[in-house]
Write a protein of this length. Structure first.
Length: 626
């Protein structure tokens, strides 16, 4: 088939950027094109007869080579056996450009683009690809990220809780000024569109075009071009700017420093407690392979993973990195479909390298299990959360850059031998919860017997109602008619039964999430309405007034009489934190793990307090005074 004229080529400017270890000649570019074509044929059911080279692509300095090809795919809405009469033909283009040992790959099919990037990263084969390295994230950041952010894609390093988005996208002008130093410190920069000072971005109106960047994937994108000359000039300008930035030691501005930062090793990482596949949402502006996006979204929203075991495999050769191994149970649509083993390490450029991805099927669903092998082998798609505050996500590892501000809303109470700090509720053998509260050694019983005077173990006073259960407002609601105050009390037992237990953030994440989610019940109207809705529940019978039994109807009447000028309070009672241990950890300095946990916990509680205070309420957290 005849070559395609370069005058017919005006690609959407989206590039993977790499660097060669030696000078690349025109013949090397041709060899590289053939290597990529082999990758395409191995991966896709392509029409090999559709392969067409593009005429020599002229430019004064930029060397380029490329080809186009066609792929026939079933429509995403079609199921069952493939139907040749229902195939969508997609025409794709691949162009590789080189200048000053920097190479830019334009690949229109996202699946092929990811495959090429993976082969470069793994240095697969013996050809030109083995001479290449993806551009390190810090070099991408220094060269291509600037002020005037128009769009930010942020990924979360916090654990997945209902009250905080796993990831979020912001749109506006100068978004660096919209970042919240407290609320956004648990997000990392996944992708960005900003306006760095690069000549090719200047526009006639005096403004600059916004350049998109995904640092961890060595990707930049700008948008449509109107000709080959426009595309080539822009690519050349970006590669020249990259070279000058590195030569002159230019650093990216620190205006995004509030966000979580990449870490260069995993030596101080803690225990993993959650594994998840996160939605494929970065760069949704680009057109690409819809099949890839559908698979990613299907697994992001329908899968669940249980961590069974984890190991650190120390290197047998000096200087080699520690390998981290995770063993998982894999669930899809609520059913266990198999198990998996994933191992990885960080290379010298702080990129995640997958050592092993093995899926073992239990034979329940052959189609989805084939996908499982594929998605679990994509290190850019999974997130792994650790109790040390680290998160592996998007092909890198991050640590929250917690502000050095201590949470000062702690109170500590003595928990005598009558009560167990790890037992949240009375054991089921004591009978229904509504009748067993107050009769045993649980924290619920401690509240029922002594609230609000836990400090002195005084008798319970005021109106107290338990609302434990699904769709609860709080574990307990307290109304002080003398002080005219409503308190929502959230109780959680320590997951560690040791008397000398250390700090833990994960023990607080769920209960803090519940507390923040339910602050709307501090509003009298919402409170009264929900109290009425719960009258028929058995737990609705658990009401006390100055230690005497009361009724839900009486409690509702007291709530209705509050008026409009009443005080509001949210309390979390979780004795995982001991006073002595908090004082010890407060004196430690980073990178000590306990100091890191202390800062992580401070961040979680400060953010919760901000949410509570936004409704004019106070926020207290109660631990154990030992």
């Amino acid at each position: 088939m005849n070559n395609l004229s370069f005058t017919a080529v005006a690609p959407y400017l989206s590039l993977i950027v790499s660097q060669a270890s030696k000078k690349i000649a025109a013949s090397d570019l041709n060899d590289l094109i053939l290597e990529i074509w082999d990758l395409v044929k191995d991966r896709e059911s392509v029409d090999e007869l559709s392969y067409r080279r593009i005429d020599p692509l002229p430019h004064k300095k930029l060397k380029s080579a490329g080809f186009v090809y066609a792929v026939d795919r079933q429509p995403t809405w079609h199921c069952g056996n493939p139907d040749k009469n229902l195939m969508n033909r997609e025409n794709h283009i691949i162009i590789v450009s080189e200048e000053n040992k920097y190479l830019a790959f334009h690949i229109s099919d996202t699946g092929v683009r990811n495959s090429v990037a993976a082969n470069i990263s793994a240095k697969t084969g013996s050809g030109v690809i083995k001479l290449l390295d993806l551009l390190p994230p810090d070099e991408v950041t220094n060269a291509f990220i600037g002020p005037g952010a128009k769009r930010l894609w942020l990924g979360g390093v916090h654990s997945r809780v209902p009250t905080k988005a796993d990831s979020k996208t912001l749109t506006g002008n100068e978004l660096e000024s919209a970042l919240d130093p407290t609320a956004d410190q648990t997000y990392y920069l996944s992708a960005i569109r900003s306006t760095p000072n690069i000549g090719c971005l200047a526009r006639a109106n005096g403004r600059r075009a916004a350049l998109g960047v995904v640092p961890e994937q060595s990707r930049v994108w700008l948008g449509p071009t109107d000709s080959w000359a426009n595309f080539a000039e822009t690519v050349s300008a970006l590669l020249v700017h990259l070279s000058n930035t590195k030569k002159n030691g230019v650093k990216s501005p620190s205006i995004y420093g509030y966000l979580a930062q990449r870490v260069t090793d995993l030596n101080s990482i803690g225990k993993p407690y959650e594994f998840a596949l996160t939605p494929y949402d970065a760069l949704s502006e680009e057109s690409g392979n819809d099949d890839e996006r559908q698979i990613a979204l299907r697994w992001a929203y329908n899968s669940y993973f249980e961590i069974v075991d984890h190991n650190r495999i120390s290197p047998t050769i000096a200087g080699k990195p520690i390998v981290h191994e995770i063993k998982l149970k894999v669930y899809f649509d609520g059913l266990e479909i198999g198990s998996a083993i994933i191992s990885f390490h960080l290379n010298k450029k702080a990129r995640l390298v997958l050592n092993k991805s093995e899926f073992n099927s239990n034979g329940l669903n052959a189609d989805i299990e084939e996908e499982a092998e594929d998605v679990l082998g994509r290190q850019n798609w999974f997130s792994l959360y650790y109790d040390s505050g680290h998160t592996v996500s998007g092909g890198a590892a991050y640590s929250t850059r917690h502000r050095d501000i201590a949470f000062d809303g702690w109170e500590f109470v003595r928990i005598n031998k009558k009560f167990k700090f790890w037992r949240e509720k009375p054991v089921p053998s004591l009978g229904p919860l509504n009748t067993s509260i107050g009769t045993s050694d649980s924290l619920f019983c401690m509240i029922a017997n002594h609230w609000p005077d836990l400090m002195n173990a005084g008798a319970q006073t005021g109106w107290l109602a338990c609302d434990d259960g699904s769709m609860e407002m709080a574990d307990f609601i307290h109304i002080d008619t003398i002080k005219n105050k409503v308190t929502l009390i959230h109780v959680k037992g320590s997951s560690n039964k040791k008397s000398k237990r250390k700090l833990s953030t994960s023990d607080y994440e769920v209960v803090i999430g519940q507390a923040v989610k339910n602050i709307r019940y501090l509003d009298k109207n919402n409170l009264v309405e929900e109290l009425k809705n719960g009258k028929g529940k058995k737990i609705g019978e658990a009401v006390w007034n100055d230690t005497n039994p009361g009724t839900r109807d009486d409690f509702i009447k007291v709530a209705e009489s509050l008026g409009s000028n009443y005080s509001k309070e949210v309390v979390v009672f979780q004795p995982r934190v001991r006073k002595k241990e908090l004082e010890r950890a407060s004196k430690l300095q980073l990178p000590n793990v306990d100091a890191q946990r202390k800062r992580q916990l401070d961040s979680l509680l400060l953010e919760a307090r901000m949410a509570v205070q936004s409704l004019g309420a106070t926020f207290r957290v109660i631990g154990e005074d030992d």
